[in-house]
Ligand binder design. Structure first.
Ligand SMILES: [Zn+2]
Length: 306
């Protein structure tokens, strides 16, 4: 009974938030969002306000539906989406991503058998720190768009958000495009920052299949950019305190688990996407300090920057 009431209250909160978000995004898309200290975002040229306050706090669910899972695209945007395009909003004054929007279609997707994802290690998104297990998180996934090292499309994200939330929705989108190679999906990802924080609290993901008016694919969700292992994120700076996980402060002289590539002589965090590409012959799991590995001739991977 109590549970139901809470769920109802939360649905209402999410609905309210979505209405606010929807109003904001209709006008804010493509503009340079200005975000005030109290966790509200205002675009520069209108009265749109996005607020995080009404969003349910993270309770173990990796993403929640907004506005009854209905995206907030305008008729004009849906009409325009009959042809493929990609749009990436300018970084704001603090160097943060603003929005990525695209009309996706099968012919624009990279052929994953022949093309390889490019090196994105040159991009250091706002809040990025080496040695904190951050991942460069695409707003619009490479697999959907072929976008590689585009600073307007990469934010500082957690493995939990990247793999356990965003990837589920990305996979759903990819399957629709593969099954409907002549159709389009209008797709928008908006990172949500609080105040002047450098790391996004989460991302809103919206998608609608264009030609069948959302019957094939339609969603509007908020994915939490959180760590589920107890490490504490300082969203203002991007520093991560993993004392609760390791029992020790994250110092370079502490032992932890790394994955070695004994062929390329690189070491990775176990969560690095590069680990999947290492053949079993060359893969080795070790517990060591960073210095020990460097002394043995290993270099830190440029992607996960362990
Ligand atoms: Zn790596």
């Amino acid at each position: 009974m109590r549970q139901n009431k809470a769920a109802g209250g939360r649905r209402l909160a999410v609905l309210l938030l979505s209405l606010i978000l929807a109003l904001g995004l209709l006008t804010a898309c493509g503009t340079n969002g200005e975000i005030s200290d109290d966790g509200t975002a205002e675009s520069n040229n209108d009265t749109a306000v996005i607020t995080l306050k009404d969003l349910p706090p993270y309770d173990g669910q990796r993403y929640v539906e907004l506005n009854g899972n209905k995206p907030s695209f305008t008729d004009a945007e849906l009409k325009e989406a009959k042809e493929a395009y990609k749009f990436f909003g300018d970084l704001d004054k603090m160097g943060r991503c603003t929005v990525a929007q695209a009309s996706l279609c099968y012919s624009e997707m990279p052929d994953q058998k022949r093309e390889e994802r490019g090196d994105i290690s040159s991009v250091h998104p706002s809040g990025w720190h080496s040695g904190m297990e951050w991942e460069r998180m695409h707003l619009i996934a490479w697999a959907l768009s072929g976008e590689n090292a585009n600073p307007q499309n990469l934010i500082t994200g957690t493995h939990d958000c990247n793999y356990n939330a965003m990837r589920i929705l990305e996979g759903r989108t990819a399957r629709y495009l593969e099954d409907n190679p002549r159709k389009h999906v209008l797709y928008r990802v908006t990172p949500i920052f609080s105040g002047k924080e450098l790391v996004a609290r989460g991302v809103q993901m919206e998608a609608e299949s264009v030609e069948d008016k959302g019957r094939g694919l339609s969603f509007n969700v908020y994915c939490y950019n959180v760590r589920t292992d107890g490490a504490v994120i300082n969203y203002k700076t991007g520093a991560v305190d993993s004392t609760a996980v390791t029992g020790q402060a994250q110092k370079p002289n502490n032992k932890r688990v790394y994955i070695l590539n004994t062929n390329s002589m690189k070491f990775h965090y176990p969560s690095c996407s590069g680990v999947a590409d290492i053949s079993d012959w060359n893969k080795k799991k070790v517990k060591a300090t960073r210095q020990e590995l460097i002394k043995q001739g290993y270099d830190p991977c440029g992607m996960c920057e362990p």
